[in-house]
Design a protein around this ligand. Structure first.
Ligand SMILES: Nc1nc2c(ncn2[C@@H]2O[C@H](COP(=O)(O)OP(=O)(O)OP(=O)(O)O)[C@@H](O)[C@H]2O)c(=O)[nH]1
Length: 197
């Protein structure tokens, strides 16, 4: 039997203050949820190992604070990431309206292959009654950008695993493609020599 391939991926979770980024990550990694709110100062990292097909993936997930005063500082953590979870709170219209800015900040740090950089959008807190952002509006935003959309609840553990693992799977495909391209570039000088001599 072939041993499983091992791949390390760096993922980030980004969005406005208080939308539930830390809660989503804790629900995904530790299956826990805390009602009390403790803002993230800068960034923190959690890891999780998962198996996708014939690959063991070590996910290193960077949780970034959504406070405006940290925006420029946290954007330095986006570099080298393999994929991004954008999050907003379905009961907080401002957090949805800020998504273009968060997305722009992330893409500004991603080189090369910006076009294929994997993102997913999570509309969190769907367990609450006072929704302000209709599902169709969020779906429309995603359709334009070709980003998958998940309605989630960190509190009730709705769709959390599905969303993280969709991103992990897309990030893995992109990383395989990038490695493949890098290998072909490394090979090409020898190949051209063997052709001419
Ligand atoms: N009802 C409900 N509350 C949630 C949910 N997710 C998070 N919360 C609450 O929302 C508050 C903020 O959650 P955090 O996970 O700290 O939010 P954050 O986006 O990491 O916040 P910053 O680090 O300040 O940017 C906390 O009181 C959480 O308990 C959810 O799915 N449903």
């Amino acid at each position: 039997m072939n041993p499983r391939k091992k791949v390390d991926l760096k993922l980030i979770i980004v969005g406005a203050i208080g939308v539930g980024k830390t809660s989503l990550l804790h629900q995904y990694v530790h299956k826990t949820f805390y009602e009390e709110y403790q803002t993230t100062l800068g960034a923190s990292i959690l890891s999780k190992i998962i198996i996708l097909g014939d690959t063991t993936l070590k996910l290193q997930i960077w949780d970034t604070g959504g406070q405006e005063r940290f925006r420029s500082m946290v954007s330095t953590f986006y570099k080298g990431s393999d994929g991004c979870i954008l999050a907003f709170d379905v009961t907080d219209l401002e957090s949805f309206e800020a998504l273009d800015i968060w997305r722009g900040d992330v893409l500004a740090k991603i080189v090369p292959m910006e076009q294929s950089y994997p993102m997913v959008l999570l509309g969190n807190k769907i367990d609450l009654a006072d929704r302000k952002v209709p599902q169709e509006v969020a779906q429309g935003w995603c359709r334009e950008k070709d980003i998958p959309y998940f309605e989630v609840s960190a509190k009730n553990d709705i769709n959390v695993v599905q969303a993280f693992e969709m991103l992990a799977s897309r990030a893995l495909s992109r990383s395989i493609l990038e490695n493949h391209l890098t290998e072909s570039i490394k090979l090409s000088p020898d190949q051209s020599r063997s052709r001419c001599c």
